[in-house]
Design a protein around this ligand. Structure first.
Ligand code: PAF
Length: 295
């Protein structure tokens, strides 16, 4: 059944809406988003409902996680459609604050440096953190603020942003935040492309080409029983077949984003540009040591 969620724009409105649930000892599930919601977000909302009595979604395009050269201004803002999707997925409260509500006095990269922020450490310097310096400081700072405002019992994040999920788990562990983190499966289009708000930037040719990311990850998984170099080679071959792709990184790692094990569970992650749109994807991968060749 579709019921409209209640919209809160200020901290005071949010806390007034959540007070009765807290008083009644209800479990609050939380899905932080930047809006431009799609079926991938809907699956996070449904996952949150499995772990909680009421679900809160935040919609906030966080300026701190965008470098001045990135797509903050053109990032899609679709609040009325977003509210409909939240309603159709049983969300009780949507928190959609203005920038000034989250960053007192407004946001600028200079002013935020004078305040207290979350510094994510070494894990944020590799992969997306290497390509987007400062990005994860912005993500963790806003997620910490949102956790402070919503005070959820459980928060759900997509595995599509695998490094983000790892860093949020690390922040919760290292800063002793009282919230359970759930990582939800990536939702995919029919051709395997991971759902993302940025997919809507792609023109038809780029949209067709984008499916190569998923094919490359699968090719690596199929060759992973021959070892890490073989899996990498298979993925690279597929990526090279698509001229519209400009590869940012292809990484084969352990499950916690360290060095890939010679055998056992790991992760394969890819980031690439199609025109000015940067897409990421990842999958679990099982490595084996290649069999000895008999002479
Ligand atoms: O994954 C996202 O949409 C954002 O990084 C998040 C977690 C909502 C923080 O702005």
């Amino acid at each position: 059944m579709t019921t409209s969620p209640t919209l809160a724009n200020t901290r005071e409105e949010l806390s007034a809406l959540l007070a009765p649930a807290r008083r009644d000892g209800k479990r609050i599930g939380f899905v932080p988003t930047m809006g431009a919601l799609h079926e991938g977000h809907a699956s996070l909302m449904r996952e949150a409902a499995q772990h909680a009595d009421m679900v809160v979604v935040s919609i906030f395009v966080n300026p701190m996680q965008f470098a001045p050269t990135e797509d903050l201004d053109r990032y899609p803002r679709t609040l009325s459609e977003d509210l409909e999707l939240c309603g159709a997925n049983g969300v009780a409260v949507v928190f959609a604050p203005a920038v000034e509500v989250m960053y007192a006095g407004g946001f600028s990269h200079d002013s935020v440096r004078d305040g207290v922020t979350v510094h994510p450490g070494r894990l944020a310097t590799i992969l997306d953190g290497e390509s987007r310096p400062g990005h994860f400081d912005g993500v963790l700072t806003v997620v910490a603020k949102l956790f402070g405002l919503v005070q959820p019992d459980v928060a759900v994040f997509g595995q599509k942003d695998y490094q983000q999920l790892a860093l949020i788990r690390a922040m919760v562990r290292d800063l002793c935040l009282p919230v359970e983190i759930v990582g939800a499966e990536t939702m995919r289009e029919a051709d395997g492309l991971a759902m993302s708000s940025r997919n809507r930037y792609l023109d038809p040719a780029q949209r067709t080409a984008a499916a190569v990311l998923n094919r490359a990850l699968h090719a690596a998984r199929e060759r992973a029983s021959y070892g890490v170099p073989s899996a990498r080679w298979a993925a690279m071959n597929v990526l090279k077949s698509e001229p519209l792709i400009e590869l940012d990184y292809l990484a084969l790692t352990s499950v916690d984003l360290g060095e890939a094990p010679t055998s056992g569970e790991g992760r394969i992650l890819v980031a690439a540009r199609l025109g000015s749109t940067r897409l990421i994807d990842n999958m679990p991968i099982h490595f084996s040591t290649p069999p000895e060749r008999s002479s």
